[in-house]
Design a binder for this molecule. Structure first.
Ligand code: PDD
Length: 286
């Protein structure tokens, strides 16, 4: 089945969807994005993703490309047309095509470019990696200073993913002044006894939509939540570690820089939080 994608108001076969070479997203990474997971053909935490999209747009002085009702309609139509049961929907909004290259922002009334497509991942909820856990290495966080804005400027995270691959592991955790900021495309946590520790929100990390839900569920399940920086050595000595994102939900982290965390296997807290997250989010999916 050919994938149908969305570009600027049209649903098209993927090989017919095009964007200008002058698009600010292409030339300047002047665009923002969201990744929403799909379970049972429904959108997970869509409200959260839309709220963050608006925040990213407003931090960059970009107007919303269409109404929220249009956005949900586009997501649902892509799920329907591509018969997605489990997977993800990628949505990107750029400042548009000014018809040339310039460092100056184009006039505010230029139409933004809006693109969306599905990724079909039949075993997203039942990912084999969740049973074995991720191994990670630490790498210096060399991204720009506003990673709280979900821009398409992903070269360094992509390089960090390649560093992990070359090291024979699954992901990298970024460090700044010896403390962990987050993963290449996920938020990072450690567990000590009944306490879940994760870096506080700031411009240093993306304000994960999964993070917000997991911390809420953790508090409801009587875990203590402590939002503060932690070091790699503290993480290596923790009982458990894990990462969260729309693409991996709650993913146990079992090894950091070659040292096993806890038992070196997915721990009970990460496993339980993953179950709670999937149950609750499936129930609330739209
Ligand atoms: N990434 N931190 C970074 C740097 C991210 O890129 C992401 C998400 C997260 C987790 O955010 P959320 O829980 O809202 O998915 C944290 C997406 C999945 C991606 O780029 O594919």
């Amino acid at each position: 089945m050919t994938r149908t994608v969305f570009v600027n108001g049209h649903y098209l076969p993927e090989d017919q969807a095009t964007v200008s070479i002058f698009d600010r997203g292409f030339l300047m990474a002047d665009g923002v994005y969201e990744v929403t997971s799909v379970l049972d053909g429904k959108l997970i935490d869509f409200d959260g993703h839309i709220k963050r999209l608006h925040r990213s747009l407003s931090e960059l002085d970009m107007a919303a490309p269409c109404s929220d009702d249009d956005l949900i309609a586009i997501h649902r139509e892509l799920v329907r047309l591509n018969q997605i049961d489990q997977g993800m929907i990628y949505l990107q909004v750029t400042r548009g095509n000014p018809g040339d290259r310039s460092f100056v922002f184009p006039a505010a009334d230029l139409a933004p470019t809006i693109v969306a497509f599905t990724q079909n991942i039949p075993n997203l909820a039942d990912a084999p990696a969740a049973k074995t856990g991720f191994k990670v290495i630490s790498v210096p966080d060399m991204r720009w200073g506003r990673v709280d804005i979900k821009t398409t400027q992903l070269l360094y995270p992509s390089m960090a993913k390649m560093m992990a691959k070359k090291a024979g592991v699954d992901d990298s955790w970024f460090t700044e002044n010896d403390t962990v900021t987050e993963g290449t495309s996920n938020n990072a946590y450690i567990v000590k006894g009944n306490r879940i520790i994760t870096r506080q929100l700031s411009t240093d990390i993306l304000h994960g939509i999964t993070r917000a839900a997991v911390l809420r569920f953790a508090a409801e399940a009587q875990f203590e939540v402590e939002e503060r920086p932690f070091t790699i050595s503290e993480a290596q000595d923790a009982d458990e570690a894990f990462s969260t994102a729309a693409s991996i939900f709650v993913m146990p982290v079992v090894e950091i820089d070659g040292k096993p965390v806890g038992s070196g296997k997915p721990g009970p807290v990460a496993t339980r939080l993953r179950e709670i997250y999937l149950d609750e989010m499936r129930r609330a999916a739209v």
